[in-house]
Design a protein around this ligand. Sequence first.
Ligand code: MLT
Length: 206
Amino acid sequence: MSLQPDFIHEFIVGKSARTLVLLHGTGGNERDLIPVGHELDSGASLLSPRGKVLENGMPRFFRRLAEGAFDLEDLKARTHELADFVISAADHYKIDNRNIIAVGYSNGANIAASVFLLRPEIFAAAILFRAMVPLVPQTKPDLNAKHIWIGAGAYDPIVPSSNAKELVALLRSAGADVTIRFFQSGHELTPADVDDAREWLTHLRY
Ligand code: MLT
């Protein structure tokens, strides 16, 4: 008997073997990134969970103590919980588990980065909009053959450019192929981000 995926989520079956796992920002839900998922790859299946942590009623993927100050024990536990959800959903929906790409925005991008650092087997690649270093793992994961695109905001008041660059350095030091782009924006997601990420995804080979 297969495990039931235990997050509230949407699953939209696509025409290709690829699945995008969509991870929303603080205060979002499982419907937020569906249009972005279709824009990034109109043929892919979309799996979009809702974060289980509530901060003043706003869904998130892990607890924080303050902006940019994460509850690391909760983050680690939630990272494994999300990774296990992806595994059980892949089994349940008959998803090709070598062809799963994370697409995260803000808090969703941060937990996606954490999945790479703690459970590197889950995603083949990722598109991370406005991500920061979620944690520094005790043991460096093997991220060879992983491809990660990061979209940063040059004027982001939540993620300083230095932090986005630290994330790039951390992922590269573990062997990942990382592309970073800076956009003339703050923390918000822009059409230019989505265009650039789509272009990258179209040419991605793994
Ligand atoms: C986070 O808490 O993950 C980051 O501060 C981004 C946010 O959700 O505002």
